[in-house]
Design a protein around this ligand. Structure first.
Ligand code: FAD
Ligand code: NAP
Length: 330
């Protein structure tokens, strides 16, 4: 029996009977043939809450490699193994002055998980540089290429969280980088931090370094305290629902998604519900970041899930807005 403590950033003490790493498609096919299509697949375990105390079989993605497929003076197409560490890949691109993903520096996890929830931060989502991915069908053992348009990327969302959930294992992802990159400093925190450093014309390296500084100062490090980043997605509500809500909460921060929908920061809703830094037993919300549920020591997956449901209920009672988990519940 294997312990999974080191394989999930929430530091949940679940176990499994079989734990295998795969390094290429052939190895993955062999494992699927032996253990069946219903196994669990992990990258870095930074977006999973293990509610189940014991699993049968877990595969860990270790497919590595960064390969330039095509380039000209304007762009560079790069295929990367899904088991590569996301942050290291971003920094590889920054080192080669390839622009597009630098605002996503220091996001934990693997490249293969990035398209699944279309990771985003500081004004960028991976979809804006994403070209395609290769994935192995769990049951048929055939490889399919998914181009950007068919991935149905949305806010922390893709087809792999919906219709194709648990049907494919992503093995490679291709990104298109800009060789004449224009730094994106539109996000308030990034802009202010650059100003404080007197950087008026930031390079993509400046952006990556600034994002790393902001994140390191603000976000709880899973090496120090168990967590999976933002537990909930920011709710997106209709304009009419927003107009009703803002009458009672005129200070509510909000961002226009399009002409019909508005995004409300879930962290603000939790904070206003009196739950920032709330603790019960070994779980609660982080003292500086209400959206992050933490494991103070030996919380179980169930205790963390109960905490999440409590937060969801209290927020709903106050605002009549439902906040949905972003984290995958296993
Ligand atoms: P895992 O947790 O291992 O897996 C997540 C899900 O994807 C699971 O359901 C798993 O089965 C599935 N999966 C993983 N790999 C594959 C594959 N190759 N094929 C098919 N399915 C697969 N997210 C953001 O969007 N923005 C942020 O700014 C951000 N900041 C974070 C900060 C912290 C401190 C933490 C802990 C998390 C943060 N996250 C953020 C969440 C997380 O880092 C991302 O979702 C990341 O992409 C998860 O990668 P992973 O390899 O750890 O995925
Ligand atoms: P923040 O800057 O305090 O902002 C709170 C929320 O407001 C964010 O979630 C962000 O939405 C939204 N927001 C801020 N400025 C915006 C703008 N100009 N346009 C649209 N929306 C805006 O957030 P934070 O907690 O410090 O996080 C900083 C960034 O890192 C955010 O992008 C956040 O998504 C990302 N992050 C994500 C995770 C995760 O696990 N998913 C964990 C930590 C940080 P968005 O979330 O849509 O950007």
């Amino acid at each position: 029996m294997k312990n999974l403590l080191a394989y999930n950033t929430f530091k949940i003490n679940s176990t499994c009977d079989n734990l295998f790493e795969f390094y290429d498609i052939a190895g993955l096919k062999l494992l699927l043939t032996s253990y069946g299509s219903g196994v669990k697949v992990l990258g870095g375990g930074s977006n999973v809450l293990m509610m189940t105390s014991h699993f049968d079989t877990i595969f860990i993605n270790r497919i590595k490699g960064i390969q330039i497929l095509d380039e000209n003076e304007d762009y560079c197409l790069v295929e990367v193994g899904a088991g590569e560490n996301w942050h290291q890949f971003v920094m590889w691109a920054v080192y080669h002055n390839l622009g597009g993903l630098e605002n996503l520096a220091l996001i934990p996890g693997t490249v293969g998980a990035a398209p699944i929830q279309n990771i985003g931060a500081y004004g960028t989502e991976q979809q804006s540089s994403f070209v395609s991915l290769k994935a192995l069908n769990r049951k048929g053992l055939f490889t399919t290429v998914f181009e950007n348009a068919v991935c149905e990327f949305g806010y922390r969302d893709s087809v792999f969280k919906n219709e194709l959930k648990d049907q494919f294992i992503i093995t490679h992802v291709t990104y298109r980088f800009d060789k004449k990159p224009i730094a994106n400093n539109s996000y308030k925190d990034v802009k202010e931090k650059l100003q404080s450093k007197n950087i008026t014309h930031p390079s993509i390296k400046d952006i990556a370094e600034t994002v790393i500084e902001i994140r390191s100062a603000k976000l709880p490090d899973p090496k120090v305290i168990g967590n999976a980043g933002s537990f909930f997605k920011n709710p997106v509500i209709s304009k009419s629902a927003f107009e009703n809500l803002v009458v009672n909460f005129p200070d509510m921060p909000h961002y226009l998604v399009d002409e019909s929908f508005i995004k409300i920061p879930a962290a603000w809703l939790i904070d206003q519900s009196g739950l920032k830094g709330y603790r019960k037993g070994d779980t609660g919300t982080h003292i500086n970041q209400a959206l992050v549920i933490v494991n103070h020591g030996s919380a179980t997956g169930e205790e963390i899930f109960d905490m999440a449901m409590h937060i969801q209920k209290v927020v709903f009672e106050k605002f009549k807005v439902t906040i949905e988990p972003e984290v995958n519940i296993w």
